[in-house]
Design a protein around this ligand. Structure first.
Ligand code: NAD
Length: 339
């Protein structure tokens, strides 16, 4: 039984993580500002579900902004956490092109507050969300952790890459064990309204066209949210003891005895966007009206994760095929919105 802090608990991925931790009996504290980047009622509904599901473990929720240093300090003064899973962030690749300051607050200032709090509280392990977007337009598929990540294409990815570097400095300076997880396009029930699956499903039900950038020629390593939640918890459980002989200048970034690790967490099965849409059409019984548009600035055409390192370290193995996962999303969407 672990005492776990999960940030961004009202968010898509974190709400699944919280429910999984509670199902195994952990003592879970969630924090979220419940901001209005997208429908706060959806976030409230996720929180209500966590509360309802929290039969086995113990659940406690704090509403607060992690960019406020006092909020974070008070949280860590009130609890002694065995693990911290930091999933709160300003997400969204396109939004970052027009709203960069939101990303500085949520992804840089808040992350600094988390690092400081974990350092001073001597938290045994901080696991945090990074993104496949740090790879930029790398042409070599699948992406592996030691591939170049020097040139993110969007500001969002730049802040996430900054998180990895900031975590590295804290692991190096203070021996804080950190694990960054580079998520690859997560989808599933309770998904985000700004992401393709939600937007496509909504428009298809309403008989509106769906926008396909790059002429629909993207491939994505779509990863089902339950597989992700399982992987996040496995990674968080696999605490790396600080290694006194750790030499960050020489070390391989994903070696298991280092206090600093970064792993890909994806499905390792790239799916063409058009096949993804076919899965939505089958699940809905509705044909999409497709509007083809050019590649957008900052868009990465193809993604695919090499997950062999995470699998070797934790046994992570995604199991949900896209057809099954899309059907689960559509079933949830119809039920939640009564359409
Ligand atoms: P989400 O937007 O649903 O969840 C993030 C949550 O963090 C939201 O509920 C928001 O209210 C909260 N939050 C934001 N700023 C905060 C602050 N300053 N203080 C407290 N709470 C704050 O996003 P998600 O899809 O669940 O993503 C979770 C994490 O995974 C994020 O770090 C995101 O960048 C990363 N990620 C997600 C995907 C994906 O496909 N969903 C892909 C790559 C990376």
């Amino acid at each position: 039984m672990q005492k776990v802090l999960v940030t961004g608990a009202a968010g898509f991925i974190a709400s699944h993580v919280c429910r999984k931790l509670l199902a195994r009996g952990d003592i879970v504290t969630g924090i979220d500002s419940v901001n209005s980047y997208y429908d706060p009622l959806l976030k409230e509904a996720r929180l209500a579900l966590i509360g309802k599901d929290a039969r086995q473990g113990s659940w406690n929720f704090v509403r607060g902004d992690l960019a406020d240093g006092k909020v974070v300090a008070d949280l860590f003064a009130a609890h002694k956490f065995d693990r911290v899973i930091h999933l709160a962030a300003q997400a969204g690749v396109r939004h970052s092109i027009t709203h960069p300051h939101d990303y500085v607050q949520a992804n840089i200032v808040a992350f600094t507050n988390m690092l400081e709090a974990c350092r001073h509280a001597q938290v045994p392990h901080l696991t945090y969300a990074s993104t496949s977007s740090v790879y930029g337009a790398s042409t070599a598929l699948p992406f592996s952790e030691n591939d170049g990540v020097g040139h993110p294409l969007q500001f969002y990815a730049a802040t996430k890459r900054a998180n990895e570097l900031m975590a590295h400095s804290y692991s190096h300076l203070f021996g804080l064990p950190t694990t960054g997880l580079r998520f690859f396009t997560v989808y599933g029930p309770w998904g985000r309204p700004d992401m393709a699956l939600f937007l496509f499903t909504k428009n298809m039900i309403e008989g509106k066209p769906i926008k396909l950038f790059n002429g629909g020629n993207h491939t994505r390593d779509f990863t089902y949210v339950e597989d992700i939640a399982e992987g996040v918890i496995r990674a968080s459980d696999a605490v790396a003891a600080p290694d006194p002989s750790w030499n960050p200048a020489k070390a391989d970034i994903a070696t298991s005895n280092a206090p600093y690790r970064v792993y890909n967490i994806g499905n390792s099965t790239p799916v063409p966007l058009l096949a993804y849409i076919e899965a939505i059409e089958d699940a809905l019984g509705v044909k999409a009206i497709k509007e083809y548009l050019p590649l957008q600035p900052g868009d990465v055409p193809d993604t695919c994760a090499d997950v062999s390192r995470l699998e070797a370290a934790t046994g992570y193995r995604p199991t949900t095929p896209v057809k099954t996962g899309v059907q689960a999303f559509v079933d949830w969407y119809r039920d939640y919105y009564r359409v």
